[in-house]
Design a protein around this ligand. Structure first.
Ligand code: FAD
Ligand code: SF4
Length: 341
């Protein structure tokens, strides 16, 4: 592993300063300095030689500013340093935002979730095997190198939001809940100071620049998320399909939040995981559902709309059918939930 400096500051200003003004790395991997929270993703990729920062800036002293779960009638606030396990155990999240709890509960292992933070979670990097093994050509690791997955084993890869440069699937689960619930993300340390913007604008489609994965500036720190409360948050769920039943990333997944008036869909928000290059909002499916009575036939039509633009490759065409069935099941599951008013 490449040598690096390790800094841990007691204040937010000191932490941002430590990450600021560092030159870009010679390899062009982005900012030379990286924040580290739980380290469960970053150290993994450093050990593989995929990420080679010169400086690690530990944010764990900032518990007071970046920790905490807080809720009122209007919203839920989650600090970026909240551990996945802490959020998963929170009674308000379990009762009022079940989709968030399920995305956390179904991820990784409890040991990892005890360490892993909500800030680091959304920024975890793809599990594409050719990205993780540095002897393969990969446009995300080395712009212009080519993409070994295009003609390689692409069973895990994305079918939505792909580009000729990259078809890597976004790996996380929690981000799907944030997309479906229309959360916002708060940051500090960017060029224009503190800001808050829709979480849906955090991740970038690969396009011609798959190595630029988010809209964060170098040295910009996520401080937390705000999730608006709504009649749909209690009737929400996450369905995750994977090769084995635990400790595994999604092949397909669906986060659904529903507001019903009798059988009629008054409001619906859907995000898909495992099938797209970024956490994916399925607006076409939502349009099919809104205003209509929900049954299996309608859910099937909505699922077809969600995958109408899918671009499968040699080994991942199965994701179209399984992705559709995942969404149908998630919608029917949300419909059948017993919800406290
Ligand atoms: C075996 C295994 C299985 C897993 N399975 C799943 C799974 O099924 N589903 C799932 O969703 N995840 C899964 N994960 C991933 C795991 O959830 C992530 O590794 C974890 O959430 C990352 O959080 P962290 O705090 O450890 O991040 P770190 O490793 O500390 O950081 C990750 C990235 O985020 C950046 N970062 C961290 N905090 C901030 C911040 N506040 N602001 C700006 N940048 C920041 C870092 O610089 C780094 O680039 C798995 C991981 C492992 C090892
Ligand atoms: S799919 Fe993306 S991450 Fe995977 S090898 Fe191709 S460019 Fe790299």
């Amino acid at each position: 592993m490449k040598q690096f400096d390790y800094l841990r500051e007691a204040t937010l200003e000191g932490t941002l300063e430590a990450a600021r003004g560092r030159p870009r790395s010679r390899e062009g991997h982005g900012a030379d300095a990286r924040f580290i929270a739980g380290g469960t993703n970053l150290t993994d990729y450093m050990a593989l030689g995929v990420m080679r920062p010169d400086v690690l800036v530990d944010v764990n002293e900032l518990q007071e500013r970046l920790g905490g779960i807080d809720s009122n009638k209007e919203r839920l606030r989650l600090g970026a340093l909240v551990r996945m396990a802490e959020a998963e155990d929170h009674p308000v999240i379990a009762r009022d935002y079940p989709v968030i709890r399920q995305t956390l509960l179904l991820a990784a292992s409890r040991q990892i979730r005890n360490m892993a933070s909500l800030g680091g979670n959304v920024l975890q990097r793809t599990r594409c095997e050719y990205f993780r093994e540095i002897s393969w050509p990969c446009n995300k690791r080395r712009p212009g190198a080519g993409c070994a997955a295009m003609e390689g084993i692409n069973r895990q890869h994305a079918i939505l939001g792909t580009s000729p440069q990259c078809i890597a699937a976004y790996p996380g689960d929690f981000a799907q809940a944030l997309i479906a619930l229309e959360a916002t993300v708060e940051t500090v340390g960017g060029p224009s100071g503190p800001r808050s913007f829709p979480f849906a604008q955090l991740h970038r489609l690969p396009g011609d620049t798959p190595h630029i994965e988010t809209s964060l500036a170098p040295g910009e720190l996520i401080t937390g998320y705000n999730v608006p409360a709504g009649p749909w948050t209690r009737r929400s769920c996450y369905l995750k399909i994977r090769d084995r039943d635990s400790y595994q990333f999604a092949l397909t997944s669906a986060a659904v939040a529903l507001e019903l008036e009798g059988e009629r869909v008054k409001e619906v928000r859907i995000a898909l995981g495992g099938v797209a290059t970024v956490p994916w909002r399925a607006r076409e499916a939502e349009a099919v559902l809104k205003g209509n009575n929900l049954d299996e036939a309608l859910a099937t039509r909505a699922a077809a709309a969600a995958f109408a633009e899918a671009q499968p490759r040699e080994h991942n065409a199965y994701k179209v059918k399984i992705g559709q069935e995942t969404l149908v099941r998630a919608l029917l599951q949300a419909q059948q939930m017993k919800v406290l008013q």
